[in-house]
Design a protein. Structure first.
Length: 377
């Protein structure tokens, strides 16, 4: 990718650029925990956005998207927002850096990526983090701390792209480290690295390519359930609740709210248990906990769908070590921890059986836990 970008940059701008990259991410476990003050457990992956950049001595930014084969040009004032959606990510990052009192001057850039769009791997966070990191290095002597870089990406989504996201994706993209997952405490924003180097296993996503559009805003409904139970238990968020506390108030909550809270409380513990298992190198336990999360998301939190349950069942039947829905639910990918010797069999079975039942093949995406935002020498 670097050679391609160098060539395209030379054709357009005839100067020597610097290269930066940042990655997409997976979340191994810890789903629907962020708004409950709990833990998430993401890692950066070997799929990334890379940009060739050079300052151009003007007050304009000139951008070429090598993948879309489109260019855009914009100034750095608020009124200069470009109309191309993809360019708004870069404009937003520039604006958010400036809003925080740091410097951005005109630059030329060509960028490309191999993070599949909209597959739940957060290509948008990779794009934001790549440029946030680059602007920090090029114009600000790296004075902006890494957490602020992640927040610059998050604010870009909020203020320029209409996506009201949490901090996990940008955090993972900025802080990602090879062979490490990061446990992020969504309440305190403290984080810790844990080793993830599953020798003899592969991590593979199976993208169902289905997305069920739901009319009754199930996401908000889940949040409301959690808030109601927290209020009943007298805690700020379910992060502070235990199963004993929930059971003591069982008569005071609806059956549905009980199931939702049961999932959230269980999931908080599962993240901690996965971390313990990883410190022992016990990937079998990690896998078992992934299945438990899938069960919880499907039967307690009820955010799965037929297609994802089907893929989970296939994984189980194929003796895959761990498998679960990744992301908010109602479609998208499963994430699977698969022994090397079972990999070919599992992929084949998942593709054919899914195709037989739903009329299209799921997309297989292998991932390796890798570095996040960086300058590429
Ligand atoms: P995701 O879940 O992958 O983050 P989003 O819809 O949030 O999906 O972000 C995808 C958007 O990010 C694309 O529509 C595009 O505007 C931008 N984007 C991501 N990757 C690229 C790329 N390689 N080239 C151009 N734009 C990209
Ligand atoms: Mg996104």
């Amino acid at each position: 990718m670097k050679e391609l970008l160098a060539k395209q940059f030379a054709q357009r701008f005839a100067t020597n650029p610097v290269f930066y990259a940042s990655s997409g991410r997976i979340n191994l476990i810890g789903e629907h925990t962020d708004y409950n003050g709990g833990f998430v457990f993401p890692g950066a992956i070997d799929k990334y956005i890379m940009a060739a950049i050079n300052v151009n001595g003007t007050d304009k930014v000139r951008v070429y998207s090598a993948d879309l084969q489109e260019s855009a040009e914009f100034g750095l004032q608020e009124a200069d927002a470009p109309k191309e959606q993809w360019a708004r990510y870069i404009f937003g990052v520039c604006r958010e850096v400036i809003k925080r009192g740091f410097t951005v001057k005109g630059f030329d850039t060509v960028f490309a990526g191999n993070v599949p769009l909209g597959a739940g791997l957060s290509s948008s966070a990779a794009l934001e983090s790549c440029f946030a990191y680059a602007l920090n290095d090029l114009f600000n002597e790296n004075k902006i701390d890494k957490f602020e870089l992640a927040k610059i990406g998050q604010s870009t989504e909020h203020n320029y792209c209409g996506v009201n996201c949490g901090i996990m994706d940008q955090f993972a993209s900025v802080f990602g480290k090879k062979n490490c997952l990061m446990r992020l405490d969504c309440r305190s924003l403290e984080y810790e690295y844990f080793p993830f180097d599953p020798q003899g296993y592969k991590l593979v996503l199976v993208n169902s390519k289905v997305k069920h559009e739901l009319v009754d805003s199930p996401y908000n409904k889940r949040r409301e359930s959690c808030e109601r139970v927290a209020a009943t238990l007298g805690v700020e968020t379910l992060r502070d609740a235990t199963m004993d506390m929930l059971n003591a108030k069982k008569a005071d909550v609806t059956e549905e709210d009980y199931k939702r809270a049961e999932y959230v409380i269980g999931e908080k513990q599962r993240v901690l248990d996965v971390c313990d298992a990883l410190e022992r190198g016990d990937y079998e336990t990690v896998g078992r906990l992934m299945y438990e999360t899938h069960y919880g998301l499907s039967k307690q939190y009820e955010v799965s769908c037929e297609e994802l349950d089907f893929l989970n069942d296939i994984a189980k039947e194929s003796k895959v070590t761990g498998s679960r829905i990744m992301g908010g639910g109602f479609g998208g990918c499963t994430i699977n921890l698969v022994k090397d010797e079972l990999y070919d069999h599992f992929v084949e079975i998942a593709k054919t059986r899914f195709n037989e039942k739903y009329g299209h093949e799921p997309v297989i995406i292998d991932v390796v836990i890798s570095d996040g935002a960086r300058r590429c020498e």
